[in-house]
Design a protein around this ligand. Structure first.
Ligand SMILES: *[C@@H]1O[C@H](CO)[C@@H](O)[C@H](O)[C@H]1NC(C)=O
Ligand SMILES: *[C@@H]1O[C@H](CO)[C@@H](O)[C@H](O)[C@H]1NC(C)=O
Ligand SMILES: *[C@@H]1O[C@H](CO)[C@@H](O)[C@H](O)[C@H]1NC(C)=O
Length: 437
């Protein structure tokens, strides 16, 4: 009891020292185009929601099980050296071992797993090569720039001619049916505005590095091939997902930004965040921004094979309302807590490794916010086969999450002892054309 009071005091203290996050659509003029777009996005979100999320979590556990079986078989016969595929998880196994990946980029669209598994991004569209790292014209972006690419009509698979640093003058508004594919180049988005995925559907972001994202003033910005809108100030999120669905964020390195690294809010759903590496940041991930916005009940997010690394403080993630599958992630650092929430989220934590910090009042992984025990005791927060190290504790609550069977198949998660291997290649990869990645 004394311990938990001390811990609350500690967290309040640290929180006061930190800026208060604010919920902002960023839209300065909610015109008819945006109204129609938000209604369409909401309709797709409702269709993308799955009534039995346990089928999706169970299926992902099954894939992990199969892929680990394959690895041990492969490792029996092969030494790990250049040219040998080092893929360690079922998402990566789907493409990394193919040395011809650069001529078969669309294969990635078939590799998604978890709630965001239906995201195919720019599949079916042409490949567009970004050749120009500048970002000068917000309303009529120059051909060859990333901003030009993400505002084109229809599906587009966006790649990069060479390594580049892109400093965005204002937030990058990504339209539907796009893949941003950084493989084969070192693409850094830094020192400017971040990525915004708002009222759109079907986006894949893969293989880039994002850091030091800062707030920007806003103004007239193109968000689609046929629309330019007035934006207010952006908060400085590295990636902001707002009223969007079927989004897959994979192999991104994220660090040090003004607001969140990845925020998912306003009725977004069908999302997978995988193979990301996060470092040096306070509010890491916010899933749902308001205790009074129950539209976030449809939020379903998979967080898998991510490495929560050095210099992180809290919110890995901080959840509200929805269903969150936190599977086989490696939590090596946190200063306050790892997983938090309010407004009754369902959290299924499976096969993660949690290494607590040395601070005695930060051993507890979970943190409940804005509710007394008589309320949160009903929230379903479950821990299966997590590996708790350095005296980490996981306070569970609520009724057990019913794992639904399909064809008699029920797959236990791989335990947290495998998490460091499954996440070994998190973050943006250095892929070379003509070699397995
Ligand atoms: C495992 O290996 C077999 C044979 O090489 C292959 O057909 C199968 O797709 C692999 N499964 C996974 C999940 O990687
Ligand atoms: C953006 O491009 C348009 C069309 O070329 C031009 O009229 C406008 O002045 C440019 N704006 C800026 C800020 O360069
Ligand atoms: C873990 O807890 C035990 C028992 O309270 C204590 O003796 C030990 O020093 C703790 N270890 C760490 C690394 O905090």
């Amino acid at each position: 009891m004394v311990g938990s009071v001390t811990k609350v005091a500690f967290i309040v203290l640290v929180t006061l020292a930190i800026n208060i996050p604010c919920l902002e659509a960023g839209i300065g003029d909610f015109d008819n185009f945006l109204k129609a777009q938000s209604e369409e996005a909401h309709k797709i979100a409702l269709e993308s929601y799955v009534p039995t999320p346990e089928l999706v979590t169970n299926e992902l556990n099954y894939h992990v099980h199969l892929s680990l079986k394959n690895i041990s078989r492969r490792q029996l016969g092969q030494k790990s050296n250049a040219g040998v595929c080092e893929s360690t998880n079922p998402i990566d196994n789907c493409w990394r071992c193919n040395k011809d990946w650069a001529n078969d980029r669309y294969q990635l669209a078939k590799c998604g797993k978890g709630f965001g598994r239906r995201a195919i991004g720019g599949l079916g569209g042409p490949i567009y090569v970004v050749t120009d790292n500048s970002d000068e014209n917000m309303t009529d972006p120059k051909e060859g720039t990333l901003r030009y690419a993400v505002t084109q009509q229809g599906p587009l698979w966006i790649t990069f001619a060479h390594s580049m640093i892109i400093t965005l003058q204002q937030e990058l508004l990504i339209s539907s049916d796009k893949t941003i594919d950084g493989r084969g180049a070192n693409v850094q988005i830094r020192d400017g505005a971040g990525l915004t995925i708002q009222y759109v559907n079907n986006v894949i972001i893969h293989g880039i590095r994002i850091k030091n994202i800062v707030p920007k003033e806003g103004g007239m910005i193109r968000d689609a091939y046929n629309h330019v809108g007035f934006r207010t100030r952006s908060d400085g999120d590295a990636i902001s997902v707002f009223g969007a669905s079927n989004i897959w964020i994979d192999h991104i390195s994220l660090s040090y930004s003004a607001d969140g690294l990845i925020d998912v809010i306003q009725g977004s759903t069908a999302i997978t965040i995988s193979n990301c590496h996060m470092t040096r940041h306070n509010d890491v991930m916010l899933f749902g921004a308001s205790d009074t916005y129950n539209g976030d009940k449809i939020m379903q997010i998979t967080l898998v094979f991510n490495h929560f690394g050095q210099g992180l403080i809290q919110r890995m993630p901080r959840c509200r309302w929805g269903f969150f599958h936190v599977l086989n992630n490696d939590y090596t650092h946190w200063m306050m807590y790892a997983i938090g929430g309010s407004a009754g989220p369902t959290i299924l934590s499976q096969g993660n490794r949690f290494i607590a910090p040395n601070n005695d009042v930060a051993k507890e992984i979970t943190h409940r916010i804005n509710a007394g025990e008589e309320v949160w005791k009903n929230w379903q927060w479950q821990s299966d086969m997590d590996l708790l190290m350095n005296n980490a504790t996981f306070q569970t609550s609520g009724a057990p999450i019913q794992i639904t069977h399909k064809k008699g198949l029920i797959m236990k998660p791989r335990d947290g002892a495998h998490a460091s291997r499954l996440t070994r290649h998190s973050g943006a990869l250095n892929c070379f054309v003509g070699q397995p990645c």
